[in-house]
Design a protein around this ligand. Structure first.
Ligand SMILES: Nc1ncnc2c1ncn2[C@@H]1O[C@H](COP(=O)(O)OP(=O)(O)O)[C@@H](O)[C@H]1O
Ligand SMILES: [Mg+2]
Length: 128
């Protein structure tokens, strides 16, 4: 099987008053179709920042992806425009954030929150 995701030398910094934090410092990994990959590490070691860097979700400032590449379907996610990334997020690559109980909004029904990405990315309508 071919790799569908190839991340090489990923580097993400945060500029803080105390100096530059090297949150992700040269991370590489490869993923084949159907494969499951887990990152294990202590809190704050960079698991979330790794994945958020790939999807353009690092707030800049203070953060910045400063190196590496993340090839998906022959395209570098790190070079994509916001519009291109929006098309990838939710339809090809999704994040389920930590603490799912608080990731949902109590103001909207679960159905609404599950339907929204399908409407946005798959062009589905509310009708059955
Ligand atoms: N907004 C920020 N400002 C400064 N440093 C940050 C910021 N967000 C994350 N970091 C740094 O990135 C590191 C990795 O965080 P994170 O990826 O969330 O860890 P985890 O492995 O628990 O998911 C943290 O230890 C912190 O030093
Ligand atoms: Mg995390």
């Amino acid at each position: 099987m071919e790799d569908i995701l190839t991340v090489e030398g990923l580097e993400t910094h945060f500029r803080t008053r105390e100096g530059v934090v090297h949150a992700v410092n040269g991370v590489s990994f490869y993923l084949k179709e159907g494969e499951t990959l887990g990152f294990v590490g202590e809190s704050g070691c960079g698991k979330s920042v790794t994945v958020m860097s790939m999807l353009g979700l690092i707030p800049n400032p203070p953060g910045e992806v400063v190196g590496g590449q993340a090839m998906y379907n022959g395209q570098d996610l790190l070079q994509m425009t916001d519009e291109e990334l929006r098309r990838v997020r939710g339809s090809h690559i999704s994040i389920i954030f930590q603490a799912p109980m608080t990731s949902f909004s109590p103001v909207f029904t679960i159905g609404r929150q599950i339907a929204e990405p399908l409407e946005m990315h798959m062009g589905m309508s509310k009708k059955l």
